[in-house]
Design a protein around this ligand. Structure first.
Ligand code: DX5
Ligand code: ZN
Length: 225
């Protein structure tokens, strides 16, 4: 399977965000993953539609997907502004939606690819019914809220079970994305469990090495899966 890398900008240097994003794309990032937090669903407040809109022109120049992960309460109230800002994918948390089906249909009606995600302790049966309606399922492999956390080992089994569910139902077009704690040492394991998109934040932007060096190390490790 051709596994894609989504660079999460959460731990990027925001004083030179454009340059960092261009560097990640030049080094092979397929998607730019944008973590939106509201201070309610998760404690921190991060990014709003203004940043999505600012990154849209870079995404257009480089043919890159803007992957927006909404960690917010009442996501339905904010979907139009993220769609307008230029999100290609909008992913909502099952725990935050009062009517998940309506929310997913709303995202699609605005010409955006809908995704659903769940926290590490939320079981897969909460998203079983919605699987035929979404383009992407995001498995959180850390508690949402912060970059730089460690991968929760039991996520690997959850990824395998979801891969099996998607395959058994003929939903192989649905992307299986994994988010949190992915580094060069475990990226091959996560890919082998059945992920098709890997979100990587601090292993791209945080360390002493350059973004391009980090991306190359991740790609090399992935080639071993
Ligand atoms: C956590 C975010 C992740 C996070 C990934 O709530 O959804 O996207 O930034 O960062 P790392 O790769 O550092 O775990
Ligand atoms: Zn995320």
């Amino acid at each position: 399977m051709n596994v894609k890398i989504a660079s999460s900008i959460l731990t990027a240097d925001f004083s030179r965000l454009g340059d960092q994003v261009r560097e990640a794309i030049a080094a092979g990032a397929d998607f730019i993953h944008i973590d939106v937090m509201d201070g309610h669903f998760v404690p921190p407040i991060t990014i709003g539609p203004l940043i999505v809109s600012a990154l849209r022109s870079i995404a257009d120049e480089t043919d890159t997907i803007l992957d927006v992960h909404l960690m917010i309460e009442h996501p339905e109230q904010h979907i139009p502004s993220f769609a307008e800002a230029g999100a290609d994918i909008i992913t909502v948390h099952v725990e935050a939606c009062t009517n998940l089906k309506n929310t997913i249909q709303h995202i699609r009606s605005l010409g955006v690819r809908p995704g659903v995600t769940l926290k590490p302790n939320t079981p897969l049966n909460t998203i079983e019914e919605i699987l035929p309606e979404v383009d992407l399922v995001l498995i959180m492999s850390v508690e949402p809220g912060y970059g730089g956390q460690s991968y929760i080992p039991s996520s690997t089994e959850k990824i395998s079970r979801l891969r099996q569910m998607l395959d058994e139902r003929g939903l192989t077009h649905v992307e299986l994305e994994v988010d949190g704690g992915i580094k060069a040492h475990n990226i091959a394991e996560v890919a082998a469990a059945g992920a098709s998109i890997l979100v990587v934040g601090s292993a791209v932007f945080d360390d002493a090495a350059s973004v391009s060096w980090n991306m190359t190390a991740l790609r090399r490790a992935l080639a071993c899966s």
